[in-house]
Design a protein around this ligand. Structure first.
Ligand code: SAH
Length: 467
């Protein structure tokens, strides 16, 4: 008898053994995009496999209740399988779904939303539309953050590998704009030629930590930021000359000082060494000024799609008071302001509210008021003072809405709630809460903000249940 089946998991026998090779049928997929199969009813996760496939795997990890297999061979491929376009797909931690066709990746996202709403939300008859994808799901990101490091004798500037801080050097990233890769390459050569040290996470020594680029999608303006474990860069003027000679779109070059031993990429201090402090971009007709630290949605094309959907679901006639909760820099508030009487934007980060106010001014919008604080504190306060909304838009972080906030919304009973969510699981939980208390979910529209990743945004129309 092989020792594998002597291992006990709970009171079950574990039928697989580390380093052994097995054939397995992939019967499902996790929400993280891994294939799942069973060996004698024991769960095995296989990265890179797709539902419906038959694969050969080597077991690389065994736990009490599951094992992890490494994909060795695809014996029967899924019709959804596609050849990854990116050369470093297998190593880079960026895009997880590139082994699928674009259509299959969208279907995967729709299924994740549906499954969460059914399983966690326990809502059976909700209409979930197909995920809205991009016509061209490449080069869509307006922000790149390339870690800089040393790999043996070689300087590397690229992306973190899957679940690690090893850096995968990729000369070309298919979801970034090519101008970002060009800027990155110029910085890399400059660092090599001038023998400038790079930061070592282990020792905390070395100068250059990250190269960041931000690009106005509609204006083409480019900002290049070097994140330094220090306050100055040797030969700084040379780098400025090299970058601006090659890339005329550059409007701003910034040194960002981050001397802390932390995973947070940017420090708080910026030193502008060329051009302006900010670049400009548009979402729809609204103009935004973007600095190295400001929050700005990374896919402006799909952001507009998502916000227009939120605006459509808000069903405004010009008479309504609207709350935009978790408003960030007030982007949704501005979209709503054109069709509402009054919009209140609420956000917990003070700097974001400062940007929001500036953005409103920049766009000549005067019917929006921004408030700093937690939505679950500010909204009950406002409600007590007699300020109520006809329509509420929420766009919370991954953990979803606080129950105190949802309770207040139930009491306030707006005609419509538009829920914008980046996490289908917490969305489903919050929908279950609201549907138990006088609201109904009319429809759900998933939008693909991050093609090839496992993430999916949803926009949901919730109305008062008049039944
Ligand atoms: N609606 C914005 C940003 C959404 S991201 C946009 O589309 O650009 C979620 C935002 O919620 C973040 O800006 C975060 O700072 C904010 N936030 C997190 N917890 C919060 C809370 N309890 N109350 C208010 N805002 C919060």
């Amino acid at each position: 008898m092989s020792c594998s089946i002597l291992m006990r998991g709970g009171n079950r026998l574990v039928p697989v053994k580390k380093n052994e090779v097995y054939r397995i049928e992939i019967s499902g997929m996790t929400h993280e995009g891994q294939g799942v199969g069973r060996i004698e009813n024991f769960t095995v996760f296989v990265d890179g496999s797709i539902k419906g496939e038959e694969v050969e795997i080597k077991i690389i990890k065994v736990n009490k209740s599951y094992a992890v297999g490494k994909l060795l061979n695809i014996l029967k491929a899924s019709p959804d399988r596609a050849e990854p376009i990116c050369k470093v797909f297998n190593r880079c931690g960026g895009c997880s779904l590139q082994h699928m066709s674009a259509q299959a990746a969208l279907k995967f996202k729709t299924d994740v939303v549906i499954e969460n709403i059914r399983r966690i939300g326990k809502l059976k008859d909700v209409v979930v539309h197909d995920t809205i994808g991009m016509e061209n799901p490449f080069n869509y990101r307006n922000k790149a953050q390339y870690p800089v490091g040393q790999l043996k004798d070689e300087l590397v500037v690229g992306f973190y590998a899957k679940k690690s801080h090893d850096i995968v050097d990729s000369p070309q990233c298919m979801i970034q704009h090519s101008v970002s890769d060009r800027a990155k390459l110029i910085v890399k050569r400059f660092l090599e030629d001038n023998k400038i040290s790079v930061y070592d996470e282990e020792t905390g020594k070395g100068l250059v930590r990250h190269v960041m680029t931000r690009r106005g999608f509609n204006t083409g303006e480019l900002m290049v930021v070097l994140v330094l474990n220090g306050k100055s860069l040797p030969q700084q003027n040379k780098l400025v000359r090299q970058l601006t000679a090659d890339i005329p779109e550059i409007k701003s070059i910034v040194l960002n000082v981050n001397t802390a031993n932390t995973n947070i990429i940017l420090g708080n201090r910026n030193i502008v060494v060329f051009g302006e402090e900010t670049i400009t971009d548009y979402i729809g007709r609204f103009k935004f000024k973007i600095s190295p630290l400001s929050f700005f949605q990374v896919n402006p094309v799909q952001t507009e799609v998502l916000y227009n959907k939120a605006l459509e679901y808000a069903g405004l006639t010009g008479e309504e008071t609207v709350f935009d909760l978790y408003c960030g820099i007030g982007t949704i508030s501005l979209f709503l302001s054109e069709k509402a009487k009054k919009v209140y934007g609420v956000e917990v980060v003070e700097e974001a509210i400062r940007d929001a106010k500036e953005n409103a001014k920049l766009n000549g919008v005067d019917n929006v008021e921004f408030l700093v604080g937690e939505a679950e504190k500010i909204i009950p306060d406002m409600y007590q003072k007699g300020i109520r909304a006809d329509v509420v838009v929420v766009d919370p972080p991954r953990k979803g809405c606080d129950e105190v906030l949802l309770d207040t919304l139930v009491s306030m009973s707006p005609e419509r709630i538009v829920y914008v969510s980046c996490n289908p699981a917490t969305l489903a939980r919050d929908l279950a809460f609201l549907t138990g208390k006088g609201f109904q979910v009319v429809e759900v529209q998933p939008v693909d903000m991050f093609p090839w990743s496992i993430h999916v945004e949803s926009c949901v129309l919730i109305t008062r249940d008049e039944k």
